[in-house]
Design a protein around this ligand. Structure first.
Ligand SMILES: [Zn+2]
Length: 120
């Protein structure tokens, strides 16, 4: 079913499927649906273990930034655009005696998210 709209110039009413005003001939800009963003990029998540960032003996406080910069630049050379960094933790669950399961202490992770255009 057609929606009826008003011409901004002459106020004539017309069906929304029309490209121009039937009364005054004003041509309307065609509305285009936004480019679908799903499938346009592919994403890659790179986990970083907390311990991998710094060795305590030589730590200067810049390790995290330096490590991140190195990782991001390396990925950039491969065509991956850095998008964000997230912190997440997870718990490992493994089988234990008598059919129970035992859970590890939460392991903290940083996850770098990269993206690049699909098929590039
Ligand atoms: Zn009109």
């Amino acid at each position: 079913m057609n929606r009826f709209e008003k011409c901004p110039k002459c106020s004539a009413e017309f069906g929304s499927s029309t490209d121009s005003c039937p009364s005054c001939g004003l041509v309307f800009a065609k509305w285009k649906p936004p480019t679908p963003w799903l499938g346009e990029y592919e994403y890659r998540m790179v986990p970083i273990m907390e311990g991998a960032i710094a060795q305590k003996e030589t730590a200067t406080g810049n390790e995290a930034a330096e490590y991140l910069e190195k990782a991001v630049n390396e990925m950039a050379r491969q065509g991956w655009e850095f998008l964000r960094v997230d912190e997440m933790s997870f718990v490992l669950s493994s089988p234990a005696l008598f059919g129970t399961r035992v859970e590890s202490r939460p392991v903290k992770h940083h996850v770098l998210t990269f993206r690049k255009k699909k098929n590039s």
